[in-house]
Design a protein around this ligand. Structure first.
Ligand SMILES: *Cc1c(COP(=O)(O)O)cnc(C)c1O
Length: 372
């Protein structure tokens, strides 16, 4: 039987809430469903303020504007990440200083960050790969010492924690994704999390095309106008209505995914112990939100063989990022430093099928092919 890599999960209420949004008489953004979703995150996790966006990329662009990035400013980003973690800052003129990953998992190696700081450094962007926390105490300590801002790329990190603190609530700003490949989805969608109150007012203005329309709607000012730069970063109510149907089922979705993740781990641990590959190493300070199940093979060749073998059995497993520092767009701008751990993950990491509708039997079947 065919096992795809990902399937978008529907909770059942999406169309119902979208229908409500359509007939509520307000289809543009910042309506009832948007407020409901934002309040959900603020109350459950303790953000000072949340703003829904049309993607995580947009939330990162808002963060780059809020950080006041000027041409030539430097931003420290892991090279093993999605393009947007760097792109959003490049659009504001930043120079990206790429950092290597840790040996134990693909997250940024916090111990290497300080050596990359110069007088032009403005921001550090930790990316919580697979929803597993970066070493945030260490990163915040470095940021404080050098007066830098921290923007968490929490695209994959919904409902995951660092020493009990929800990811996305630790840095000054954070960005989440509701793209259909994530745990909680709205097709395309994202959210900016704001933890430093200084940013709230300006964030609302940037969100609403550089105007103070949000304040106007709350009745705080009697007319609104152009106050700053910005864009149309907010999603329509139809998208927020879809998202709300997902958020209502967050706990169910998370527990189902964790169950599948644990099954994979149980079945593959004996093979990992024999040295066939490495499994995800989750530090004591981090939780697992079962966003992804990945293996790290011993070589590119072993990975190619494994993906091929699964494909022959109609199971879709996929590799992940290519190193950004050697990408076509950035290789000439990179300072030439080698980032060996990042390259190793680019060559050797493979992701296994993971989605709500996956069954324990699918997991068993996948693992038995891997064992061959
Ligand atoms: C998915 C993802 C993004 C981009 O999310 P969009 O909502 O598609 O813009 C950014 N960073 C990371 C780490 C991601 O996994």
């Amino acid at each position: 039987m065919h096992i795809p890599f990902n399937l978008p999960h529907l909770t059942g209420k999406e169309a119902h809430y979208m229908y409500q949004a359509v007939y509520n008489g307000k289809l543009s953004g910042n309506g009832e469903f948007t407020k409901r979703c934002q309040r959900f995150f603020e109350e459950k996790y303790g953000f000072k303020k949340c703003l829904l966006t049309t993607s995580c990329t947009d939330a990162l662009e808002m963060a780059a504007i809020l950080c006041g990035i000027q041409p030539g400013d430097e931003v420290i980003v892991p090279s093993y990440t999605f393009v947007s973690s760097a792109l959003a800052f490049v659009r504001q003129g930043a120079k990206i200083v790429f950092a290597d990953s840790m040996k134990r998992n693909p997250n940024i190696d916090a111990e290497q960050i300080e050596a990359l700081i110069t007088p032009r450094t403005k921001v550090i962007v930790p990316v919580h790969y697979a929803g597993v926390a970066c070493d945030m105490d260490r990163i915040m300590e470095i940021a404080e010492k050098h007066h830098l801002l921290v923007v968490e790329d929490a695209a994959q990190a919904i409902d995951s924690f660092y020493k009990g603190k929800p990811l996305g609530t630790i840095g000054h700003l954070s960005a989440f994704s509701f793209h259909e490949t994530k745990n909680i989805i709205s097709g395309e969608g994202g959210m900016l999390g704001i933890n430093d109150e200084r940013f709230i007012r300006r964030a609302e203005i940037i969100w609403e095309k550089g105007t103070n329309r949000a304040e106007f709607f709350r009745g705080e000012v009697n007319k609104y106008g152009w106050c700053d730069i910005g864009s149309s970063f907010l999603p329509s109510e139809v998208v927020a209505a879809f998202l709300w149907a997902q958020l209502e089922h967050l706990d169910d979705i998370q527990s189902k995914r964790k169950q599948l993740w644990n099954k994979y781990y149980e079945l593959l641990k004996p093979l990992a112990d024999k040295g066939r590959f490495h499994l995800s190493d989750i530090p004591k300070y981090a939780t697992n939100n079962a966003h992804m199940f990945y293996l790290v093979c011993n070589s590119l060749q072993e990975r190619t063989t494994l993906i091929k073998k699964l494909k022959e059995n109609d199971i879709l497993a996929v590799f992940h990022y290519l190193s950004l520092h050697s990408s076509e767009y950035y290789k000439d701008k990179h300072d030439g430093r080698q980032l060996p751990e990042c390259d190793r993950y680019a060559d050797c990491l493979v992701r296994l099928p993971m989605y709500y509708e996956l069954t324990e039997n699918d997991v068993k079947q996948t693992c038995s092919v891997i064992e061959l």
